[in-house]
Design a protein around this ligand. Structure first.
Ligand code: FAD
Length: 368
């Protein structure tokens, strides 16, 4: 390992690896430092990739399977199917995908160091200096997740509002609809969020999220799901959990020669808790604007991205209403009504979910 780099990126997750690949492709000397022993282990995500992200990053087919719709269950288990022609989600083999992203970054020329935790750095003149390993960098990127050490080290904003997600990956669960994300509304089991059963790549991923401090129980969800799925031959492959920032972008997210991306920057939808698409998108943008700055005297990356990072205003507003835990009877009562269905279409498929005028009108039609 040389000790002088254009960019040092902390974290080999989605944001860090995409950033590393693009920065190396642009001719920068890049180092990624990751505390885990290798890419794609100790996962903490379900890994659903929305179509918009799949359109931006061409992921080899072997790591994903398409899922075309959503089956949304009310707390009383009445179900509703939601679709949007042409739209799909990708369930992913996240281990394989992260390993592939690491290979892509290395193939583009980035150096990756695994098994090394970042634990501090300082600014010295025009450089950022790390002691362990002994490194000098012209720019430091914090892609180190929801509890970013880089943010703390440089006095940047940190995530305060979080959900906690827990998930069990199974083989051998029977009866799960294979072409839909199966989602379960239940304010008792998943306060502030939902539960899910995702037909993954060769596995079924069953999980739920709720507010931090009220760790949700996968066992309780599975107990409820025994009415609809057969777990008698199910074998647990892996269990995982992790925090999900839902408070929106942290402030400040950048300082001189230091920038946060992905979960570290709070780039997660406060409503859907999806962070993979923003990690891809802004990982790439961070690499582009930093290379413009370092190679071509371009503007300050922090200022450029301050105009581009999403504000999530209406999603943050809706997050506040979910935080009030609408009672289960409310979901049971309203889910069949056109406005709720239209709203659910909007949440899962964005504007494409309400393609027709009738779809938009449904948002205001409070009669069945
Ligand atoms: C249970 C759960 C389910 C989820 N499901 C989905 C989903 O289906 N779809 C979706 O879009 N989003 C989902 N999310 C959110 C999504 O996983 C994150 O938004 C996404 O992983 C963010 O990517 P990232 O690269 O910013 O951070 P991370 O994926 O967290 O990667 C950060 C990396 O930094 C490393 N790191 C941390 N600290 C240090 C340090 N000090 N030194 C060196 N390395 C360090 C970590 O080991 C990690 O590899 C889910 C989250 C959870 C918890």
């Amino acid at each position: 390992m040389n000790n002088s780099y254009d960019i040092v990126i902390i974290g080999a997750g989605y944001a860090g690896l995409v950033c590393a690949r693009v920065a190396a492709q642009r001719g920068l000397k890049v180092l990624v430092i990751e505390k885990k022993a290798e890419a794609g282990i100790q996962l903490h995500t379900t890994g659903i990739i929305v179509k918009e992200a799949a359109d931006e990053l061409h992921i080899p087919k072997e790591f994903t399977r398409k899922v075309h719709g959503v089956r949304l269950y009310a707390p009383g288990m009445k179900r509703f199917d939601l679709d949007s022609p042409g739209y799909y989600f990708l369930a992913a083999d996240t281990r394989g995908l992260l390993r592939w992203l690491a290979e892509q970054a290395a193939g583009a020329g980035a150096e990756l160091v695994f098994g090394q935790a970042f634990d501090g750095a300082r600014r010295e003149g025009d450089e950022i200096v790390l002691d362990k390993p002994s490194i000098r960098a012209r720019y430091l990127v914090g892609a180190d997740g929801a509890r970013s050490q880089v943010a703390r080290c440089f006095g940047l904003g940190v995530n305060t509002r979080m959900l906690v997600g827990v998930e069990t990956e199974f083989e051998g669960v029977e009866g799960v609809e294979q072409d839909r994300l199966n989602c379960f509304l239940d304010s008792n089991l998943a306060p502030g969020y939902i539960g899910w059963a995702v037909p993954g790549v060769g596995v079924t991923q069953v999980g739920l999220a709720g507010r931090l401090g009220e760790k949700p129980s996968t066992e309780a969800l599975i107990e409820k799901l025994r009415d609809v799925y057969d777990f008698s031959n199910a074998r647990v492959v892996e269990r995982r959990s992790g925090p999900i920032p839902v408070g929106g972008m942290v402030r400040p997210f950048a300082a001189e020669r230091v920038l946060l991306v992905g979960d570290a920057a709070g780039l997660v939808s406060p409503l859907t808790a999806g962070g993979i698409h923003p990690a891809f998108r802004y990982g790439r943008r961070a690499a582009q604007v930093i290379s413009d700055h370092l190679l071509d005297n371009g503007p300050d990356p922090g200022l450029v991205l301050a105009r581009e990072y999403p504000r999530y205003r209406w999603k943050a507003l809706l997050r506040r209403s979910l935080d009030r835990d609408p009672p289960n009877w409310f979901y049971d009562w309203t889910l069949g009504l056109p406005p709720m269905r239209a709203f659910a279409q909007l949440v899962y498929f964005h504007r494409k979910g309400l393609k027709t005028r009738a779809g938009w009108r449904d948002l205001l039609r409070w009669r069945r």
